[in-house]
Design a protein around this ligand. Sequence first.
Ligand code: FAD
Length: 437
Amino acid sequence: MSEFGSFSPLPRREVGAGVRGLSHPLLYPLTPAPTSLRGRGELCPATLRLTDAALTSWDAVVIGAGPSGTLAAYELARRGIQVLLVDRAAFPRWKVCGCCLNSKALATLHAVGLGGITEHLGAVPLRDLRLASAGKEARLPLAGGVVLSREAFDAALVRAAIAAGAAFLPQTRATLGVVLSEGRVVVLHQDAALVTVLAKVVLVADGLGGSLLARAGMASAHAVAGARIGAGVVVGAASPFFQHGTIYMACGEGGYVGLVRREDGRLNLAAALDAASVRAEGGPGRVAARLLAEAGWPLPANIAAAAWKGTPALTRQAPHVAAERVLVLGDAAGYVEPFTGEGLAWALATGVAVAPFAARAADHWHLALARAWQCRYTQIVGRRALCRALAALLRRPALVRALIRLLARTPAVARPILCSLGQGTRCPPAFPLGSHA
Ligand SMILES: Cc1cc2nc3c(=O)[nH]c(=O)nc-3n(C[C@H](O)[C@H](O)[C@H](O)COP(=O)(O)OP(=O)(O)OC[C@H]3O[C@@H](n4cnc5c(N)ncnc54)[C@H](O)[C@@H]3O)c2cc1C
């Protein structure tokens, strides 16, 4: 039986082919260019105008150009599907993230022909994890992962999707509209301008804080009770104490904060914190500064007062990851606290896996596709039991300190856990992708 149950995937069409109805074809790259990974740091411009998007009948509209949406758009474009990728942000854009790609994420990129992307962008190979709490520290060897800024990574994926044939509209906010017999309406806003487009299928990849489903009256991902919130900041010229290739993770009362040095030398901080601690201590910067000080590490200058950006509650799961002519993926479908650094691997894997379902839906929508995507999604992310267990452990600082003492004496104890999280030296194979013809 195929991954669709009773359905079978559509055959791929020629890469970059099949762009129907565009009134400005010159704005649209029809052939994938080997130069797609160039242009690091440069703006990713729109490939068409808003009005042109409205004149086109789209097989698929992907809302959200994070890693999940962009990889889905890339895969659909490679199949010759007419796909529009939309994001409210301009790219490159920064987002709160620990910036660590584990070996599962890298294997997914490799499987879809984007294996060179991280090296090209100068990603920093990860060597070890320093885990500290209240002055106790353990050092664990890591292999197979890299550090890469989200500005560089996400923009490179957008360029790859465009080169494969996807149309791209940045600085465009989307909302879901009604279902008609021939597709679902998507409303696109650019400043005061507003158009509607029709898509045979809509991929919702609007991330953790996305409100597309809720605004359309559909059941969206609800945070679990007591879920921690995320926060992050990037600072320059930090202490030379923080080395390239090391994750510095400080845990304690109220949460944990991770630091890595990025490929551009700047320091990326990302934290999962109790909302109550953030309120009581006067902001995420102050909680992070306390956790780092308790770990015995130097404080990057002005860290408490820096302009931290927050996220909504982290751990959440959508009751359904499909609705009529809608498939949900990435963080929009569900997420678990970031300690294990698997979010990007899940986002990329669901971005790849959704493509054959979306291709089929563009040909003919059927409710069975929604059920089949729900099953496939669950297979990919599993029950995230290990991630949830670690998140629960991290709420018990005394246990964390005991574990750190154990790991400091016997680092090998951590190896099976690191391996199953895609962070170890001999890791299991990546997610069974199963979606590439
Ligand atoms: C503190 C923290 C640390 C983390 N650290 C790591 C780590 O080290 N490693 C790891 O693998 N993962 C990590 N993650 C998780 C990782 O960042 C996410 O899992 C990943 O970004 C999910 O990708 P996505 O494509 O689903 O969503 P996103 O990357 O969030 O992209 C969603 C996109 O949708 C756009 N959007 C939203 N609404 C609309 C709209 N209405 N119209 C148009 N566009 C819209 C947004 O602008 C955004 O660009 C961390 C997360 C947090 C919070």
